[in-house]
Design a protein around this ligand. Structure first.
Ligand code: TYD
Ligand code: MG
Length: 456
């Protein structure tokens, strides 16, 4: 028999190499390449020798055999999942250490167990006593949840296979699991890949919902092979600023729903509370009289969310002025700055610019362009925006302000929160929300508002 050839793979991105090297060519990470003992190499055997069985092919309109979705009962979680958990699906949830993944999942499993579903929580990181103490703090000690502290994949699968399969299983975390037939340490690419594969096949075979917790690397990616994200049905990220109590659950991949929905939570002394009105929370400390602050009426998934955008612009003598952005895309900021300079002559190229989305939310909509621009110009001119005003609209490279989708929903939410004016692009049909619409069609209109005598 030919000797098995050694292969090496990158623990960051999963790229496979024939020999060890210090740097991964694919992701550029140093010291991430490890020997991959589990990989079986050698030429694949020809397929022709043995005939396979026929695959059962169906038409698209055949009746669908699928169990109904399972609602956890935590609306914000169900929303991020696209309307509850799908039986037999595998979900991966990532997030920084200490952000609240274990808390969220313990609360979710507790809620499901209290609804009479059979749920299992396996912790590879904490002892039974630690999880029990946390459950007590969360007021869940009477939830009929089955708890196990184990890291051996073989033992976990045997336990789950014994008797009726549970409705849902949480594995906290996939990096702590250990498959004894694979000769590498827990957390390595081959271990994570094998353990995830076995658990996902268990989910598909038995119809159990499998939720895997995944650690993230220092640049925010789920650690382990990239393939992990391809293997599961849903990938959720739990994000937030440790300094703030808000936490946002965001779907980045979902085979059973949209990926633009977010769930908003608040970390309190007694666990995570759902935030049903995120706008009120994000605007709690908003001071409309300060220059450099604009309220953006945004849409997250199907829900309008109002957030405060803060900017600080200061003249700089440095050759390369500083640009710092939190909660928005820095490339997009560069574009808005360039358009304001080129079309309205603001001279921002010679300024340090700091931009922050308050509350720890990450805004990705282009509709925030003019809210950012308004905050920047307001900071530069030291003129605050008019009170009770929201801003939304997209800026094109030509300096035109383009209309955005769901104007009515944005206006309605703004009116609900006590805003009376909107700086926005021209729309064909004005919504009947009672908001006074101040239309802006070019960036120069916006600038004229703050510099009525012109920019010097
Ligand atoms: P945890 O769920 O352990 O985070 P992860 O699993 O993502 O690493 O959350 C730990 C943090 O949450 C910890 O810093 C304390 C805080 N916390 C509260 O503020 N209130 C609570 O009721 C609980 C259980 C945790
Ligand atoms: Mg944890």
């Amino acid at each position: 028999m030919a000797k098995a050839k050694k292969t090496y793979s990158c623990s960051g991105c999963g790229a496979v190499y024939n020999r060890w090297q210090g740097k991964c060519d694919d992701c550029g990470e140093w010291n991430s390449i490890l020997e991959d003992k589990a990989a079986v190499s050698g030429a694949p055997k020809g397929l022709s020798a043995k005939k396979g069985r026929n695959v059962h092919l169906v038409s698209l309109d055949e009746p669908i055999e699928q169990a109904p979705r399972v609602l956890v009962g935590m609306n914000e979680l169900d929303r991020a999942l696209g309307g509850g958990l799908v039986p037999g699906s595998a979900i991966l949830i990532g997030g920084d250490p200490g952000i609240g993944k274990s808390t969220l999942l313990l609360q979710a499993m507790g809620a499901l167990a209290l609804k009479g579903e059979d749920c299992v929580y396996i912790s590879g990181e904490e002892s039974t006593a630690q999880v029990q103490m946390r459950a007590r703090r969360l007021g869940l000690s009477n939830a009929p949840l089955r708890l196990g502290c184990e890291t051996s994949l073989r033992d976990i699968l045997s336990t789950l296979d014994d008797g009726k399969p549970p409705k849902a299983v949480v594995i906290d975390s996939i990096q702590t699991l250990f498959a004894d037939h694979v000769e590498s340490a827990p957390g390595t690419v081959s271990q994570v890949r094998v353990c995830a594969h076995e658990l996902i096949s268990f989910a598909k075979r038995k119809g159990t919902i499998v939720i895997l917790v995944g650690h993230v690397t220092k640049d925010g990616q789920i650690a382990g092979p990239r393939v992990l994200e391809h293997m599961v049905d849903t990938v959720l990220y739990f994000e937030g600023d440790r300094g703030h109590q808000f936490r946002i659950l965001r779907a980045v991949k979902n085979r059973f729903g949209g990926t633009d929905e977010i769930g908003v939570f608040e970390m309190t002394g007694a666990g995570l509370n759902q935030v049903t009105n995120p706008s009120a929370l994000f605007l709690a400390d908003h001071n409309a009289r300060e220059p450099g602050s604009a309220v953006f009426a945004g849409i997250e998934g199907s829900r309008p969310v109002l957030v405060e955008i803060q900017a600080l612009v200061a003249r700089s003598s440095a050759a390369n002025p500083r640009r710092a952005v939190v909660g928005w895309d820095s490339g997009r900021l560069a574009m808005v700055l360039a358009v304001l300079d080129a079309r309205a002559g603001l001279g921002l190229a010679g300024c340090d610019v700091y931009l922050n989305v308050a509350g720890g939310l990450k805004v990705s909509e282009p509709a925030a362009d003019i809210a950012v621009a308004a905050a920047l110009i307001s900071s530069l001119s030291q003129v605050p925006l008019p009170e009770e005003t929201v801003v939304f609209g997209e800026i094109s490279l030509s300096g035109d302000i383009r209309s955005v989708s769901q104007t009515d929903a944005r206006l309605k939410e703004s009116s609900k929160l006590g805003f009376s004016r909107a700086m926005m692009p021209k729309v064909k049909k004005a919504g009947g929300s009672g908001i006074q619409q101040h239309t802006v069609s070019r960036v120069t209109d916006l600038v004229a508002h703050f510099f009525p005598d012109g920019v010097d």
